[in-house]
Design a protein. Sequence first.
Length: 385
Amino acid sequence: MRNWRLILLGTIFIIMNCKVISQPSKPGTNHNLTAELKLQYGLLMSHHLELDIFRSHFPAFELSLQKATYGKRRWEAEYAYPLIGVNFWYSGIGGFSELGSAFALYPSINFPLVGDDKQSLNFKLGVGLGYLTNKFDRINNYKNFAIGSHINIAASLYFEYRAKVSKMITMTAGFGLTHFSNGSMKTPNYGLNLLTASVGISSYLSKPNSLQDRKILPELYTFEFDGRKYLSFEFAAAMAYKDMNQQYGQSYYVYAAFANIMARVSYKSKFGIGLDITHDGSDKLMLERRFVFVENSSQLTKLGASLAYELMMDRLSFLFNAGMYIKALDRSEGHVYQRLTLKYLITKRVFANMVLSAHLGKAEYVGFGLGYQFRFIYKRKIKHN
């Protein structure tokens, strides 16, 4: 009951912010900040037999602070002026003592897919940190095979309908998935998949600047696409840690290297092919449990080939690889794999990366590393807008 009182107070707070519009401002000086509150109701998706005991329906809520873009940077215009924000999410996940409660704090970007200035269908993507009050313990909480650590990665994928009811107020409705996982850094790690539907209200915290209505398209900047067609050759490495002490009494390291050849086809997209080399120390344990023994650790190295797609946003990009193992002694999780890499350009050539490797949705590891890229331009005609 107490949570619903807090939600009601939050709603009143957002509505009261409409009164701030009387404050005049110079064009472009306001930051277009909005406060948004979503009430959610959902269920736990049981993707493993051990999680069936936690099937339930439960409420959740999300409070967000977002900024409406208007084209100050070129990528904002290319992606139809998305909302950029930071979000706080909470749920009791059905009240099970084994699971406890879930908290998440994550940045997000909300892309308009179709629509106009009055209404739109959007896709919201967010990745950040989650905290679960209870985790697996082989003595005191042995039923919780979902999560082996308090700190986790929290990810949100949401489709929503947004409709302006006034210059200051927007109503929302949508559905999506909230996911908690530690990327097998500490096992067990089945993860939690929470499917929810929501309704919400959003309000500007002050009068939006005049540029919000007429949008702008700036000049090109250092990390942006100028229309030249080119191939990029990218090499990266990452390292991950897997704590399996709770189950098997040991910890392991994962070493991975990647090479991709990518073709830049537009401002947003690259397509290409990749080659992946991975050495996972825990594979030896998994093989021995099936009475398969290796003579030396080099036999554990996996070689894979993949198709790649990269979504570009200025310095930041998302690289998706879907591949198949060419050489792998341990194929207990299957012959195919997927990898999501979050890349950030430190310079024109050097980038930092965070890598999530998975087999059909089951996370294998989360790694961190560095990479280097260089490019070969094969069409020098510059695109003018």
